[in-house]
Structure formats: C-alpha cells, structure tokens
Design a protein around this ligand. Structure first.
Ligand code: BDR
Ligand code: CA
Length: 310
C-alpha cells in the first residue's frame, strides 16, 4: 500500500521538484499539500504548489494554505535565491486550480487524527504549520508515523547565517516545538543536501526528457543554481527538499544515525542553529535520525526517471 504523506512546503524551486517527485511516485499517496510562508510570502507559495499539481496532472490533490509568517517573528524570505515568484525559471501559466478553504493547520490535525493508517509529514519549509498543529492538539504526536524534514546543519554550518539553515532560521520557535515534541523525526540537514548537487549533465538529462515537466524542472534548476554557484562556488545547486521525498521512496540511498538535536531560540548570534550531538557527548537520548550522506547518482537517477514519467 502506498505510504500516506502530507507535504508542508514553501515553493521554492527545490520544493517544486520535491512535489513533482512525490506526485510521480506510486509508492506515495500525497494526501494533501499544505503551504507555509518561507522562500516567498503567501499567497505566492500556495500559487506555486497549485502550479506543480497542474504540471503533474494531479488536480485531485488538495492544497491548503497555511501560515503567512512565523509563530513569533517577522517573516524572512529568500527571493535572492529563488527569484521574485519563488519558482523563477519554470515559465508556467497562472494555475486554474484553487486552494481549499480550510486552514492548513486544521487540516493537518484532522488528517493525523482520522488516519487508520498513520500519516507521514514532510515539512520542507519553516516548521510553523507543523508546530502550530502540535501546540494546538498535542495528541497528534502519537498518531504520526514519522516527520521527515529538511532543515538544519551541523558540520556543514548554515546557509542563512554562519550557523543557521534557512528553514530553521525563519521559525526557530516552531522548530524547537517540533524537535521537543517526541514525534519520530528524520532530519535532512545541509550536511546531506550539500551532497545532492544537480550537475550540468543532470540538467541536460532533465531538458532532454522533452516533456513539459522536464523542461520546467530544467528551467527552474538552471535559475536556482546560479546563486549557489556564485555564493558557495558549488558545481551546481543542492536539491535540498527532494532528499526528503527520495528517502521515503528509496531509503537505502541515505545514511545517518540517531542523535539528540536542539534548536537555539535565544541567542541573536546563533539564532536557529541546530545543535546536533553527533558524537553523543551529552549522553542525552536521541530525538532524531540525522541523515548525513546520500548516494548522489542513485538519487539523481531516481529523479530523472520519475520526472520523466510525468
Ligand atoms: C531550504 O531553504 C529553502 O531555500 C529551500 O527550499 C530549502 O527548503 C534550504 O536551506
Ligand atoms: Ca523549501
């Protein structure tokens, strides 16, 4: 039976590719896509999620709009990475599909509690919606199969401040709620996503598919990689968010180990840092499976195959 998942997202080109990968994969049943302000504000992230459903021919998947900013702070966005729309490079028409009326947080609570078959939540943006759902209805924690999230960094440092990764930096209070909730967590920090680079040959494989989805993915990634190439000297862009989805489809591509992870919410200097006890020096009980490595070629082959099937 397909694994039931919620994708909580702030598209973003890498979110967009993650959504397409999930929608193209029979191993996964995307119950809902919920949106959160992050890379760009609401309602752009919601429009982008709708556009991906239409591109994948999956107008049956409900999209619910969620938080328009962090729990307690001002929204910090990343147009400098993703462009003014969040998915620049895709060149897609304005979606016809509309978001559903219920707020994402209400839908997440309901979907978790109603499930005979426990649901997996995949947050690939700031953790605002997921934290709000847990804070409002703590009993959902024991009903969730797994939270597999993209966020944080440890040996690799940060991409937004020297020590903080974007998703955690935008809403550290929400991240702290999720990491301390007791929910089964799998974390995909920059340490693994910086191995998941899209290289020039991969871009050619996407454009060579000759399909609408292939062309849109190649266009988005071509736009998105310019930032990482200029700023970090990388050979291509890290496909952060698709790592989460690929792991649910082919977990053997990834490796890591259970660790204690805490989130800094007070220091202005290190705000949003994920403190990962990789060496177990505190003796504290692990609260997350921390992934630090990926088989890049296997990951890219999976992506090209699935995007090619759309
Ligand atoms: C994360 O931040 C966003 O820019 C990406 O979509 C990804 O979720 C990487 O730090
Ligand atoms: Ca994202």
């Amino acid at each position: 039976m397909a694994r039931r998942i919620i994708i909580d997202t702030d598209p973003g080109q890498d979110d967009a590719v993650a959504i397409l990968l999930a929608l193209a994969s029979p191993e996964l049943d995307v119950v809902v896509i919920t949106t959160v302000a992050g890379n760009v504000p609401q309602p752009l992230v919601t429009a982008n999620a709708l556009a991906m459903c239409e591109l994948a021919g999956r107008t049956d998947v409900p999209v619910h709009m969620g938080a328009d900013g962090p729990l307690e702070r001002e929204l910090y966005t990343a147009e400098y990475v993703h462009g003014p729309t969040g998915i620049d490079g895709a060149d897609l028409p304005t979606p016809v599909m509309k978001a559903k009326d219920d707020h994402a947080v209400d839908f997440i609570i309901e979907a978790c509690l109603d499930a005979d078959d426990p649901i997996t939540i995949c947050p690939i943006g700031p953790l605002t919606n997921v934290a709000a759902a847990i804070a409002r209805q703590p009993s959902i924690v024991s009903a969730i199969r797994e939270v597999a999230l993209m966020g944080g960094g440890f040996f690799e440092g940060g991409n937004t401040t020297p020590v903080a990764e974007f998703n955690i930096f935008v809403d550290p209070d929400a991240a702290s709620i999720v990491f301390n909730s007791g929910v089964p967590l799998t974390m995909f920090p920059l340490d693994v996503t910086h191995e998941a680079l899209v290289l020039p040959d991969d871009l050619e494989r996407f454009s060579g598919l000759g399909t609408r989805a292939g062309t849109a993915v190649a266009g988005m990634l071509d736009y998105y990689e310019r930032h990482d190439i200029e700023k970090y000297g990388f050979e291509g862009a890290p496909l952060h968010d698709p790592c989460v989805i690929a792991y649910l489809i082919e977990p053997q591509l990834f490796s890591g180990k259970p660790c204690r992870v805490d989130v800094e919410t007070e220091s202005e200097l290190t705000m949003g840092q994920t403190v990962v006890d990789w060496w177990g020096v505190t003796g504290a009980e692990p609260n997350a499976m921390v992934i630090d490595s990926v088989d890049r070629q296997g990951f890219m082959d999976l992506l090209v195959e699935r995007i090619g099937a759309l």
